[in-house]
Structures are given as structure tokens and as C-alpha cells.
Unconditional design. Sequence first.
Length: 229
Amino acid sequence: MHQTVDPAILYWGTPVVLVSSLNEDGSPNLAPMSSAWWLGRSCMLGFGARSQTPANIRRTGECVLNLPSADQVSHVDRLARLTGSNPVPPHKVAMGYRHEADKFGAGCLTAVASELVAPPRVRECPVQLEAVLDHVHPLEAGDPDRQGKLVALEVRIVRVHVEETLLLAGHRDRIDPDRWRPLIMSFCQFYGLGPRLHPSRLAEIPESAYRIPRRPPRPAVELAPAGMA
């Protein structure tokens, strides 16, 4: 039987992302998150509006989405309850967060230069997606108690870096899903993927059918002040 329940969170299981951005002083920030989904070349990222990473992305219009595999779980967990915000916001103090200026060092990770954006990539992550900000979407704007506390950033992927071992044999631009083992977060716990369960009729469609023409370069999005949601 089903029961009507009221969970505090609804994190049903999504890939972990290490989002790198630049602080106001030019130093790199690195934040683990899992409220992310992709469609085409776009990705939607959900954040607490008062956090350092969305403020950085809204100010600069750039970030890198570094996707760790299940092998990097210990690195990701080292970044838990660390924040680039200084002072630490009261709601994060209550949850045991502390300020850490050197997130790469804290995670025992290595920063490497990106090609099209200023924030660095994470060398250890097998997938690195350079991205630019397209739109800012306030969440729960109609709820007086939640208004201004959550924000979704729509970013566009402008360059993809993938470890060679993840490529499908005989293809230059296709990922082998049997080789890509993402780190998954479900209800704040870490998981990996199991083996393939069943042949997919959707996978019979040539992947090239989903490719859309690249958009020409255009001026960067007009960014809202970081304090607005």
C-alpha cells in the first residue's frame, strides 16, 4: 500500500557535480551539488540563492561542471559542509558548515586551466563541461516563506572534455554508457550505477539524430546582481 508522506527533501537520485567558479578576488571556488539535469547543450543547476557558487556564476557568467565518477567519492565527501562564503551564513552555521578558501586543496583535487571559460577544471574528474550562463530562474517565487531562497541557473555547455577510456569504441564523439560510472546522490547518500538492466529501444535511434546546429556566438547574458533571486 502507498502512504501519504511529507519528506523534508526529494532527492531521488541524480549525478554529483563539482561546480568550479571564480570568487570576487579571482581565486577558484569548488562546490559539490547534485540538483542538476541536462537537455541538449543546456543544463539546469539548482542552488540555495545565498550560496557562494550561484553568486559567482551570476557575477561572471561562467563555470565548469566537473562530473566525478564513483571512484572519486572520497574526494567529494571531503568537500561536504565546506563553504566559500565568509562569513558563513547563519543557516549553514546551524548545519555545521565552515568556511574554506582552498576547496581544491581540501578535496585533494587539482585545478587545470579551461579553454573557453576562466574557472578551472578538476583534473581528476573524467568529465569536464565548460559552461556559460544563459538565464536565471527564481524558484518558489510564489511562496512567501521560500521566496528568494532558491534559484535555478540555466547554463549552456560550450566545451566538453572526456577521458579517452569513456569513449565508445569506433566513435570519436560518443560516450560508452557501460564505461561511464557516475557518482550518484540519493537522499544525501552516495551510490553508483549497477549493470545495464535491459536493452533499450530508445537507444536504437542513432545518437546523431539528437545533434542540433551550434548557435553562433552572442553577447553574454545580462547578469542580475548576485543578491537578487
